[in-house]
Design a protein around this ligand. Structure first.
Ligand SMILES: [Zn+2]
Length: 251
């Protein structure tokens, strides 16, 4: 197989043996490309350098909405690094875990930056239990107002068929992760059943939502094949084309 994992965090501080992990990916025959997502200035900078030294790795530049700092500082990376393998801005968005006002500002600024750089936006939208604010809705409102001109994906989508329809109407993508393998994932399975096959991506969000990236990505892929009733070959082509359409700098 030649799968693309559209969302991982290889150089997060939760992994100890980055070099071993990278070697493992480089020699694996099932994973063709990986998008290593930035969470702040330092992680984005390191992700860029990993991508320049390893064929399969691509990177993003982003300030995760739960991290401190300003989006402005990311511009320094753009001006001073080789960014040929930077495929998106993000992740950014809304998490009801923390102060929303600051997150909204960072999100809007990130969309503007993405538009300036002609890159898509990776969106993190998470509504925590008992929150009065619905992150998916708020993210959509911001997207409608500030329009990410080069596309967007709701990564690790919190399932909601109405929101899904709005995302699809705006030409957006949704990506699903190993949560769809859990027995209580009924709503996420509905999302996969209902989504237009041309707007679907897969990811692991390793190491946060997965502890074995390669195995989990294959399981998610197989699950999606089964839910859509498609053979592996067509599904692989389809998902890879989707990833390359949104993240158009993937080679
Ligand atoms: Zn992530």
């Amino acid at each position: 197989m030649n799968l693309i994992d559209t969302h991982v965090h290889y150089n997060s501080k939760d992994l100890n043996n980055l070099n071993d992990e990278i070697i493992n990916i480089n020699k694996n025959n099932n994973i063709d490309k990986i998008i290593n997502v930035g969470l702040n200035y330092d992680i984005s900078k390191e992700a860029i350098s990993i991508s320049l030294n390893n064929n399969k790795f691509y990177s993003t530049i982003g300030l995760h909405q739960l991290n401190e700092g300003s989006v402005d500082i990311l511009k320094y990376l753009i001006d001073n690094c080789e960014i040929s393998k930077v495929v998106a801005i993000g992740e950014t968005g809304i998490d009801t875990n923390k102060n929303i006002d600051i997150q909204i500002k960072k999100f809007i600024y990130s969309i503007k930056l993405a538009n300036e750089l002609k890159l898509p936006v990776i969106i993190h939208s998470n509504t925590t239990k008992d929150s009065l604010i619905y992150a998916n809705k708020l993210c959509l409102e911001i997207i409608k107002r500030y329009i990410p001109k080069y596309g967007f994906v709701f990564h690790s989508f919190q399932p909601d068929l109405d929101i899904l329809n709005e995302i699809l109407n705006l030409g957006g993508f949704v990506s699903v992760e190993p949560m769809i393998l859990k027995s209580n994932a009924k709503k996420s399975l509905e999302v996969v059943r209902n989504i237009d096959i041309n707007n679907l991506l897969i990811e692991t969000d390793y190491p946060y939502l997965s502890n074995n990236e390669i195995d989990d990505l294959i399981c998610v892929f197989n699950k999606v094949c089964a839910l859509k009733g498609m053979d592996e070959y067509s599904m692989e082509n389809n998902l890879n084309n989707n990833a390359k359409r949104l993240f158009y700098k993937l080679k």
